[in-house]
Design a protein around this ligand. Structure first.
Ligand SMILES: *[C@@H]1O[C@H](CO)[C@@H](O)[C@H](O)[C@H]1NC(C)=O
Ligand SMILES: *[C@@H]1O[C@H](CO)[C@@H](O)[C@H](O)[C@H]1NC(C)=O
Ligand SMILES: *[C@@H]1O[C@H](CO)[C@@H](O)[C@H](O)[C@H]1NC(C)=O
Ligand SMILES: *[C@@H]1O[C@H](CO)[C@@H](O)[C@H](O)[C@H]1NC(C)=O
Length: 303
């Protein structure tokens, strides 16, 4: 037998030997945690499985009959969109008023979030909450009319324009006057930042609407506003951990304490990146460069 005829089976077996490693490495890069709900992609920092994503967003999203739901202490909302580029979610509450319909009776969720989630989720600065039919005793009007009223326009969205909506005509006698009389206004627009919790019970309001503007779109009237709650999400400093994990083919998740972030590397978990997992195993067998060199070498021999 010649040397070459010996080398070919040898190099083939080398290639075969590297294959399991090869495929497990490709599987690692992965999307072990990515999922879909209806036509919405659920990806980091969100996840539908426990242990996946960022711990700040655990137990937050649920997929029910292809409808993605967002759950916080004030209630459940339908997720209309997750904008990963702008790090924002758009939510819908079926008991929220719009331009064509005003829902009274305090049935709306408003928006009130658990304290521990506040660093991770906040309605955007240009999202206006339009509080409707709040009592004169509401904390909103404490000190009114002497003190400065909290109600204002938010990024061009305010109650003066909202009063033009046909829904007010349907309410008949409730149609407000534009001039503040002796009592508080029938509608009061606030950004989330100024009161931190839109709790209709606490604020003694009968209903609410929420609208946001996606600058620099020029909007002509309240029938063209985007109705919904626009929530900004931010993982801030923790993002570096996930970026480094993903760069080494890992999937970002968290441990059973629901606090500590983990980098999931196929069959094992790491507290840093998947490189750490790889190099802690015998270098000769697992170094990626060595595998590539072996394959390249084998192919050269075969030709
Ligand atoms: C999902 O589908 C609905 C209609 O079924 C559409 O209005 C919406 O824009 C879609 N969302 C995304 C993120 O593609
Ligand atoms: C890695 O972490 C995930 C998420 O916490 C867990 O489901 C999985 O069992 C862990 N895997 C190992 C090998 O510990
Ligand atoms: C809203 O306020 C009421 C009255 O203060 C309180 O009982 C309720 O727990 C609050 N809701 C949430 C979601 O915090
Ligand atoms: C809000 O904007 C409208 C016009 O868009 C204006 O008439 C009104 O005075 C503004 N209200 C406040 C409180 O700034």
């Amino acid at each position: 037998m010649s040397t070459t005829s010996l080398l070919i089976p040898l190099s083939l077996s080398l290639i075969l030997a590297s294959l399991p490693l090869f495929s497990s490495t490709t599987n690692i890069h992965s999307d072990a945690c990515r999922s879909f709900c209806g036509n919405i992609t659920v990806d980091y920092p969100f996840a539908l499985q426990y242990g996946c994503g960022h711990p700040g967003y655990r137990d937050l999203l649920y997929c029910m009959n292809d409808v993605l739901m967002f759950h916080i202490r004030s209630g459940s909302y339908r997720v209309l969109d997750i904008d990963y580029a702008y790090e924002a979610l758009t939510l819908h509450d079926p008991h929220m008023s719009t331009c064509s319909n005003i829902v009274l009776g305090g049935r709306g969720n408003g928006f009130d979030i658990e304290e521990w989630r506040l660093p991770y989720l906040n309605p955007t600065a240009d999202n206006a909450f339009l509080l409707i039919g709040c009592s004169a005793q509401s904390p909103l009007f404490q000190g009114f009319p002497n003190k400065h009223l909290v109600c204002r326009n938010i990024s061009g969205i305010g109650c003066e324009d909202y009063y033009d909506c046909p829904a007010w005509d349907l309410l008949g006698h409730r149609k407000p006057s534009r001039v503040y009389g002796s009592g508080p206004p029938e509608c009061c627009a606030v950004p989330f930042e100024s009161i931190k919790a839109i709790n209709l019970t606490k604020l003694q309001c009968e209903g609410y609407s929420s609208a946001y503007s996606l600058a620099p779109l020029r909007i002509n009237g309240p029938d063209e506003w985007a109705y919904g709650i626009r929530v900004k999400y931010s993982v801030q400093a923790n993002e570096d951990f996930c970026r480094a994990c993903q760069a080494t083919g890992g999937t970002c998740g968290y441990g059973t304490d629901s606090v500590r972030q983990l980098c999931m590397c196929g069959s094992s978990n790491s507290t840093s990146t998947c490189d750490f997992v790889m190099s802690s195993l015998p270098r000769r067998m697992t170094s990626w460069t060595a595998i590539k060199a072996t394959i390249a070498g084998s192919l050269m021999l075969m030709l």
